[in-house]
Design a protein around this ligand. Sequence first.
Ligand SMILES: *Cc1c(COP(=O)(O)O)cnc(C)c1O
Length: 386
Amino acid sequence: MSYRIPFNRPCLAGNEYKYIAEAIANGHASGDGPFTRRCHEFLQKELGVPRALLTTSCTHALEMAALLLDCGPDDEVIVPSFTFVSTANAFALRGARLVYADIRPDTLNLDESCLGRLITSRTKAIVVVHYAGVPCEMDSILAVAARHGVRVVEDNAHALFSRYKGVYTGTIGCLATQSFHETKNFTCGEGGALIINDAALIERALVIREKGTNRSRFFRGEVDKYTWVDLGSSYLPSDLLSAFLLAQFEAKEKIQEKRRRIWNQYHESLADWADSNDVRLPVVPADCEQAYHMFYLLLPSLEHRDALISHLKSESILSVFHYTPLHLSEAGRKFSARASSCPVTEDISERLLRLPFYSDLTSDEQNQVTSTLLRFRIRSLSIRAG
Ligand SMILES: *Cc1c(COP(=O)(O)O)cnc(C)c1O
């Protein structure tokens, strides 16, 4: 079924077709061509990081992180239960056992206060997700990690260009991953990046990304032929996709400004309605600058959420929810180190609803969404909260 106002829509920033035509004319359509290099330079310069490498997806960047940290069957990796499956699956693929952390009820980010209980002598890494583009409490997380000699990886899929105490997320952990999937702020349909903040991991990352070969040393003239030297896979996107992505990167200010306006408009027009209907709006801590990735509502109960989804659907507006708690899922249980308790995740997962959010959402479309919401009265429904 198609909706008058979809949940997401791919948006063009301007130069996408022109750059793709150039990529073809360049005669280099495979990976690591001129446009991929320009995307690397863009990320390195904007974020001030030692190395950024485009990948075919954020999922693949996470798989590279698991390989780079040598995660294996003797290791445990702490992940939030409230996240996309790839945050956990990438480590399970290496045989690591997963330990699920609950989330904070305010930002819905990993609850740093439970880390002390979850870390064991087997813990190799903590993977944090800056949910909805709002940074995690990184000072506390880094402090616990350092105390126990555990690496921190940032799944920064939602949060490119958000800042924690003035510092970009994605530059804080030893590794960070980005997604350029269609639903993210900057996209090329499917794509991602690995951000390498620990320079000691750069050389091996290049090998892993090039099918386990030392092909990049060969191209630098450091060896006279390239061979298989390590584990690896094919994690490079085509230069055609990089060309599309560069056009989006170059429109960074415009894209982020549009999303900021949409987010603020939702927040302002829904504040009173939310207050009088027991609906909670997103929370952004004062020391954080968010990335304007999504706008969500927390309804009083699952039944209220179902009712609101139907109400919006009756006006041909698509709203969606996520994530089903990983610690309760079939694979999540199979690959877990031990039983876990994540009551906040279970509660939030039933009550969260995401509103249509894409860079080219027009103010007319957005007004239709908000006016439809304002007609929805929680207290007149015969549903009991909680
Ligand atoms: C979108 C997303 C991913 C996966 O990104 P892909 O590029 O589709 O592989 C991983 N983690 C989080 C938190 C995401 O939102």
